[in-house]
Design a protein. Structure first.
Lengths: 230, 126
């Protein structure tokens, strides 16, 4: 699997592929190898889940969870393939989340007491004067939950060298789609002077590139949780 | 094997790629805040071997840890340690006492607390 530079033909770290093959074959020592060599990124994946649960892990919890994740990956290693394009702990992110939840306890969104106890009908906000259509940034703000995610998404768009037009198009298309528009391509096509089919294709291409990036690059993995890429 | 366990992972075809990769990983931000807790790993491996009924669970844990850190397959590790594959398998299953561990493995510094391994009370009879 290794090439001369230590990477296989898919650009994978041949070391990781070999470890996963050993794990898949039931080699118990390979769990230690995975823990030793990839504990850092696995710890980052664990911490990301903990942050989503709004919890802070101490060193002891984190160490224990990293080894448990390695154990968990051992049980499914035979199903992982580098051809899928995702790092094992990104590919198995739900398993990672299960490990974290087992230690932290079942997680749920806390109830907003203020909202739950309100019985008054809140009037809808007055329409804001301005352009009839929101800008790309407006669309971005409504589809990503926080500023950090928006920054990461903007960085991912740069990383993938998605053209300014396709960015605008994909965000407008996604905004319409997530707003409940049953025919987002029909709405967006006239804005860009394109056919509907071309809009759908361009939007799909942009989304697929970002999904692949989130699955293959640890730095952009949090994007996989955005509704925008679901 | 005369030096520390790290270089065992070298891939002879790649001319030091393993070391370069390890150095790159060590520089990565995700690695700076985390380092392996080998005492915990040893304890987990020993618990597991004990649950399987191994008479010498800490021996199993120590040998598995050393091979895991080295990143070797069983045959390669056995050859380096001067063991037959069968003898290595017995050690990894915790079937043999600490005295059966080759001196070469005991001299690997900083990975295994051999006093802890030798404190192992014998478990069920093999």
């Amino acid at each position: 699997m290794d090439g001369h530079d230590g990477h296989d033909r898919h650009g994978w770290d041949g070391d990781l592929v070999a470890i996963m093959e050993r794990l898949g074959a039931g080699d118990e020592a390979a769990v230690v190898t995975l823990y030793e060599r990839y504990g850092g990124p696995i710890a980052a994946a664990v911490q990301r889940v903990a942050r989503q649960r709004r919890r802070t892990l101490d060193r002891d919890d984190l160490d224990g969870m990293v080894f448990e994740v390695c154990d968990e990956l051992a049980t499914i290693a035979h199903r992982w393939s580098p051809d899928g394009g995702a790092l094992p702990w990104v590919w198995a992110r739900h398993r990672v989340a299960n490990v974290v939840d087992r230690v932290l306890g079942q997680w749920c969104e806390p109830l907003d007491d203020q909202r739950a106890l309100t019985t008054e009908v809140v009037p809808a906000p007055a329409p804001v004067a301005g352009p009839a259509r929101g800008s790309m940034l407006d669309a971005l703000g409504s589809l990503v939950p926080d500023l950090a995610s928006a920054r990461l998404l903007a960085e991912a768009l740069d990383h993938e060298r998605i053209s300014p037009r396709d960015r605008e198009l994909w965000l407008e298309y996604s905004f319409e789609k997530h707003s409940g528009n049953a025919s987002p391509a029909a709405t967006v096509a006239p804005v860009f002077g394109m056919k509907e089919v071309s809009v759908r294709q361009a939007a799909r291409r942009a989304r697929q590139r970002l999904v692949r990036l989130a699955a293959s690059n640890e730095r952009f993995a949090p994007l996989a949780d955005l509704p925008l890429l679901a | 094997m005369t030096g520390p366990i790290g270089p065992i992972g070298r891939d002879p075809r790649s001319g030091g790629v393993t070391e370069r990769r390890a150095a790159s990983r060590a520089r990565h931000p995700t690695a700076r805040s985390w380092s392996p807790d080998r005492a915990r790993v040893l304890a987990r491996l020993a618990d597991r071997a004990q649950a399987r009924g191994a008479p010498w669970p800490r021996v199993a844990a120590a040998v598995l840890l050393l091979r895991g850190v080295a990143g070797d397959e069983p045959a390669a590790f056995a050859a380096r340690a001067g063991l037959s594959p069968g003898a290595l398998a017995r050690l990894e299953r915790g079937l043999d006492p600490p005295e059966a561990v080759p001196a070469l493995l005991r001299t690997v510094p900083g990975l295994v607390d051999w006093v802890w391994v030798e404190e192992t009370p014998p478990g069920p009879s093999p």
